[in-house]
Design a protein around this ligand. Structure first.
Ligand code: NAD
Length: 502
């Protein structure tokens, strides 16, 4: 077992980045703990109302200068950011593993996906163009121009500390807005590093700000009349009841990407070997802490007799459990490890609570991840191994709620219609996948299913930066989504001009 060198060697005291200055917060400092080693790696401030207000005011002051900076000059900063991120790719990835727990390969994937958003936003001079039509009436022309709005708040979740704020920030900046990022206080180091890179890349003071903390900072953003819109990624109760509601009351634009409970359907004609391999990363990648993670596994008995269905069901479930048992769990900086810990002890306890609830409600615990077996000698505080429940029904707590951990719930559906009904009876609509070799079922699935991100023989439906990150029902509140063209529309206002010259 060889552990890659850790880039964070001493406890880092995190500062806020406001108006181009690194400022110490007056707020209380909270420990950031590496979940695999349980060592303190940083101290993050829980910033005050005055501090978020100061950041909004700095961003408001910077806005007139930044919006009149030509788009080509604005994106030159993003090109530089990309270059620096590429140079520091491995360091940035290892920091994610240290602060979050995911494996180094997952972190490298996250860094890549984050950088891709910077790349797409460098196309702003073309992407932000409006459109026009001559002679809407004789001698009269009409056109649309897109303009930035001002200051936006970006609130990140803990599960993708590097990438998620980059679903929004590069587009906001490239279109001429100013931003304040509030990273998750659980893993704030990646956003500190990105702000350092923004500074080095020449983004002027006040344009890119980071204020660390919790609900005081979020409340400050929501209440401040100087903030035009909020991009939030996190759980449904916060996204819906705090962010979306308050943005409605205060008239702010909002993107609120929220929780999930994703169903994975396996049809009898699926390529089982490839399907099971895809399911392993879907259910257990990032220790199940993804809004795109598989949660409910449904072997579908369409066209099968009762007996054939039993045989098919057993084949799928046995192969799934066998593969899950082989997953190597440990510290993500060991390159042989395939699954890291949960983000912290509390999150592990929450998942254990769901496992207990599953047993209590009568589901069959077919693989118990509470028997922690690790590669290497690490404190087991935040670790779980892959877990599988059989005989789960859609109305059981573990079949209905977001567990956000390495737990698969297997459900039975005798027909395609029954499987669709199961998905629709769940309040979430983030992602879902079907594994099949039939074009008919694939098309029927994409046509009917009420989910924002749909996989056909794909286990993790992560949209690329030039496509929107969708979501429906309790998984999304707002109208335009993060990434690509939709983000560009979100961060700009369309003005219509009609002109005639006498
Ligand atoms: P969370 O809702 O606990 O926190 C998200 C952010 O909101 C954090 O920055 C946090 O500090 C802040 N926050 C928490 N409680 C708050 C409150 N009461 N008032 C104001 N602000 C508050 O979510 P999390 O645990 O960090 O992230 C996991 C959740 O995010 C999961 O539900 C997951 O499905 C979801 N998620 C969704 C997507 C998506 O695109 N749909 C992507 C990633 C994660």
């Amino acid at each position: 077992m060889a552990i890659l060198e850790e880039p964070i060697k001493e406890v880092v005291t995190i500062k806020n980045y406001i108006d181009g200055e690194w400022v110490e917060s007056e707020g209380e400092l909270v420990d950031v703990i590496n979940p695999a080693t349980q060592k303190v790696i940083a101290k993050v401030p829980i910033s005050t109302r005055d501090e978020i207000n100061a950041a909004v005011e700095a961003a408001q002051r910077a806005f007139p200068m930044w919006r009149t900076t030509p788009p080509l000059a604005r994106v030159r900063c993003l090109f530089r950011m990309k270059e620096i991120m590429e140079e520091r790719f491995e360091e940035l990835s290892r920091i994610q593993t240290m602060e979050h727990g995911k494996t180094i390969d997952e972190s490298r994937g996250e860094t890549r996906r984050g950088i891709e958003n910077v790349e797409v936003a460098t196309g702003i001079p073309s992407l932000m163009m409006g459109y026009n039509l001559e002679d809407i009436a004789t001698g009269i022309d009409e056109y649309v121009i897109r303009q930035p709005l001002g200051v936006f708040g970006i609130i990140g979740p803990f599960n993708f500390p590097f990438m998620v704020p980059l679903w929004f920030a590069p587009y906001a900046i490239a279109t001429g807005n100013c931003i304040i990022i509030k990273p998750s206080s659980e893993d704030p180091l990646s956003q500190m590093k990105i702000a350092e890179i923004a500074e080095e890349a020449g983004i002027p003071p006040g344009v890119w700000n980071v204020v660390n903390g919790g609900r005081t900072v979020v409340g400050g953003m929501l209440d401040h009349p100087g903030i035009e819109g909020i991009c939030f990624v996190g759980s449904t109760p916060v996204g819906r009841d705090v962010i979306y509601r308050r943005c409605g009351e205060t008239g702010k634009r909002v993107i609120a990407q929220c929780g999930a409970k994703n169903f994975i359907l396996i049809m009898p004609d699926a390529n089982l070997e490839r399907t099971i391999a895809a399911c392993m990363t879907s259910f257990y990648g990032n220790a199940g802490q993804r809004c795109l993670s598989g949660a409910n596994l449904v072997p579908v008995g369409e066209g099968l007799s009762e007996q054939e269905y039993e045989a098919f069901y057993k084949k799928v479930v046995n192969a799934f459990i066998e593969a899950a048992t082989k997953i190597r769990v440990g510290y993500g900086l060991d390159e042989t490890v395939q699954m890291g810990p949960l983000r912290d002890k509390g999150k592990k306890q929450r998942v254990v609570g769901y496992i207990e609830k599953g047993i209590e409600e009568g589901a069959k615990l077919a693989l118990d991840g509470r028997n922690v077996k690790l590669v290497g000698d690490w404190p087991t505080d935040a670790f779980l191994n892959p877990t599988v429940f059989e005989d789960v029904s859609p109305d059981m707590t573990i079949g209905r709620e977001e567990i956000f951990g390495p737990v698969a719930s297997v459900m039975r559906a005798r027909s395609f219609d029954e499987a669709i009904e199961m998905i629709h009876s769940n309040p979430f609509g983030n992602a879902t996948s079907i594994f099949t070799s039939s074009g008919k079922w694939a098309r029927e699935f994409q046509y009917r299913v009420q989910c924002g991100n749909i996989g056909i023989n794909i286990g993790i439906v992560a949209p690329m930066a030039f496509f929107p990150f969708s979501g429906m029902k309790d998984s999304f509140f707002g109208s335009l989504h993060g990434q690509g063209r939709e983000a560009i529309r979100f961060f700009t206002e369309s003005k219509v001009v009609i002109q005639r010259w006498f």
